[in-house]
Design a protein around this ligand. Sequence first.
Ligand code: FUC
Length: 824
Amino acid sequence: MKTLFAFFLLLVTCNSVMGTIPAIPADVHNHQLYYTAPATIWEETLPLGNGRLGMMPDGGVDREHIVLNEISLWSGMEADYGNPDASRSLPAIQQLLFEGKNKEAQELMYSSFVPKKPESGGTYGNYQMLADLNIDFSFPHRRKTTSENDAAPVTDYRRWLDLRDAVAYTSFTKEGIDYQREYFTSRDKDVMIIHLTASRRRALSFSAQLSRPKQGAVSMLPGIGKEEGTLLLEGTLDSGKPGREGMKYRVAMRLISKGGKQNISAERGITLTQGREAWLVLSATTSYAASGTDFSGNRYKEVCDSLLNAATQHVQIKESHIASHRTFYDRVSLTLPFTEDDVLPTNERITRFTERESPALAALYYNYGRYLFISSTRPGSLPPNLQGLWANGVETPWNGDYHTNINIQMNHWPLEQAGLSELYQPLTALIERLIPSGEETARTFYGTHAQGWVLHMMTNIWNYTAPGEHPSWGATNTGGAWLCAHLWEHYQYTQDIEFLKRIYPVLKGASEFFYSTMVREPKHGWLVTAPTSSPENAFFVGNDPTPVSVCMGPTMDVQLLTELYTNVIEATSILECDADYAAKLREALDKFPPMQISKGGYLQEWLEDYKEQDVHHRHVSHLYGLHPGNLISPDATPELANACRETLNRRGDGGTGWSRAWKVNFWARLGDGDRAWTLFKSLLYPAVDPQTKRHGSGTFPNLFCSHPPFQIDGNYGGTAGVGEMLLQSHEGFIHLLPALPKSWHTGNFHGMKARGGISVDLEWKDGKAVKAILTATIPGIFHVKMPEGVIRAKAIIDGQSNNYTGKTISLSLPEKGECVLSFE
Ligand code: FUC
C-alpha cells in the first residue's frame, strides 16, 4: 500500500507541476498504460486513433518517432479472380470426396479451384502504414561544451496513455527544464495533434519531417500572407495493373507556435527555433471512395486557423475530443481486485503477472480492448483489420487484411456487450459491399446453379470473395455465413427491426448459396458442404502419411450453417415473409449431419473421425458451436459440452495470441472461471524474450496481442473473454457471473449489455452476486438465472417488490424500466 500511496503522490505532484494534466482518478491503474522510458520497439509505442487516422508515438527524448496510419490506405484494386476451371472440376472434386480420396480431391483443387490471376490486371494489395513522422529536438545548454551537453541527464521521464481521455503524454526534465508532449487524434476535427511545451522560454527547438519507406514525395505549400506554410507528403500506391494508378494519399502538417521562429522547407521539414509552446497539426486522406472523406483533406486548416487566432482554442479542441471519446468509453466500467503490482509501469506489470496474478490487469485489458475498438473504427469508416488501424510498414503481415475464418469475427466479439453497438456499422457496410462480388464468385466457382453470394476465408477493401490461393486453407467457404452471425447478433442486442429488414436479404443470400450448393454425401445421405476445410487444420486419411485439409461437411460448417438457416427462418417469421423458403430450410436442416463425439471422447472436427496432423492446432473451429455460437452448453447439451472440455484439454492451453484468447471464451462458456483465468494468463504471457528479444505468443509491452507478430484479434478476443466470464446472455436468459475465477472474488461492473436490449450493473462480494440493476433499453420480459450460491432474490420494479427462490427470475420491464435485484 505504501508504494501505491507513493505512486498517487507522484501523480498528484506531476499534475501540479505540469498544470495541464487532468486530475488522476483513484482507479487510474484500470485506465492507464505508463512507462518510465521511451519505447525501444514499435510494440511498446502507444496507439491513438479516431477510427480512421492513427498515430503511435514512441516518446523518444532526442528524436520522437511516430508512425501514422489511415485505415483505407491499401495497394491493389478491385479485380476479377474468376476461374471457370473451378466449376468445371467441381463434380470431379466432389466425387473424389465421396470416394474418400481427399488427397486426390485436394490435388485437383490445386490446379483448378484457385483464384485466377486477373487477366486485366490488378492485385489483392495490402494495408500499409501512412507515414513516419520524426521530430528531432535540440535542447538549450547551460554550459557550452558539447561533451557536457551530451551528458545532460533526463529525469522524471514518464510517458503514458490515458484510456479514458484517449490522450497520450510524454514528460521529462532536462537541465532543469520540464518538457511535455501531448498527443491525440480528434474525431470531430478529423486531425492528429501534438502539443509540445517547455517550462522555460526559448527552450523548445525541433525539426519535424514526414517520410515514407516507399511512394512518398515531400513538398511544401507556402502560407498565404502571415500564415506559415504546410508540409505535404503525397504518393500513389501500386494497383497491380500497368497504367492504372492505385490509391492516392496525402498527409499535411502545419506548425502553430507561441514564440520562437518557424521555418519550413521540403528538405528539412518544419523547424521551430527557441519557442515555448507549439502544436503540430496533421491531417491525412486517401482516394478510397467508400471512406466518404474529402480527398482535399483540408480540415486541418480550420484547426490551424483557430489555434492561430487563440492558442487557448487548444483546450477547447482537446476537451471536445475527450468528450466525444467518453461518449463511448464511459458506457461501461469494470472493477476487479487489485494488488500493489498494479502501480508498476505497464511493461513491468505484465512481467510481474507471470509470477503473481492481479485481477485488475484483466480490468485494464478489458478497458484497453474497448479503447482500441473505439479508436480503430467509427461509423463511416472501415472495420478494424488484422492490426486494427495500426501498421508500421508497407508490407503488413498477412496483408493486414480481413481474414474471415476467425480474425475479423474475433475483432467484433466484445462490441455489443461493451455497449459499442453502433461500431458494427463499418462491418455491416463492408459485408453489404461484398455481395455483388460474392454473387459472381458463387456462379464462377460453383456453377450457374449456385444462388446467393459466397465469401471464402479472406477479404480486403476491394471486395475480394474468391477462395484463398492455397486450397489447404483457402477452400473454406463459410466466411460469409460466419459474418451473417454477426449481423444477427447485432439484431439480437438491439432488436432493431429496420436493421433486420436491411440485412435480411444479406442473410437470405448467404443461405441461398449453401441451399443451392450443398450435396448429399453417400454414407449417410447427410447434406454437406463440399469441397471445404476446417480452418486451417489438416488430417490423415487411413494410413496415408500425407496430411490433407480438403474435406466435406466439417463440424464447423455444420454449426455455422445450422445457425444461419435457423436465423433466416426466425427472420422470416419476424418479418412475415418467405414462409415457403423457410419451410425448405427447415427440411434441409433435418438432413444436416449431427455433431459427433469421437471415440477419444472429444468433439469430432470432421465428418469422419480422422486423426489430426496437429493435436495442438491453434484453430479450434469445431467448437464454434460452444463459442461464439450457441449450439452447445453445459446445461442444454451436457455430453457435447463434455466433449468440448476433452477437445480443449487435448488442444492444450498454448497456441498463438488469438487462439489463447478464444480459449478464454470457451472456458467461460463452459462455466470454468479458473480455467478461463489460466488461459487469460497465457494470453498475457510477455511476448518479448528478455534474452533474445525474439517475439513469441502473448502480449507486447504496449498490451498489443502477439500472434506473433502483433495481431489485434487477440486483444478483442481477450476483451470478450473477460466479458463472458462476468455476464452471458446467449441462452435466452441473463447469466450473472457465469465463470468467476476465485481470485476475482469482489468487484463490480456497470453498463454491460445483454441480448434482448438490456443494460446490466452488478456488484459482487466474496464470489457471490450482491446487487444488480437492470435497465431495459427495449420493453420486454427478461429472464435472469439465479446466480450461483444465491438462495433468494428480491426484485424492486417501480417501487413494487417481489421475492424469488426458484432457478429463474422473470422480469417484465417497460422501456427504460429499471429493476433493482438484491441477492441473499
Ligand atoms: C488465419 C490464422 C493465422 C493468422 C492469419 C492472419 O489464417 O490461421 O494464425 O492469424 O489468419
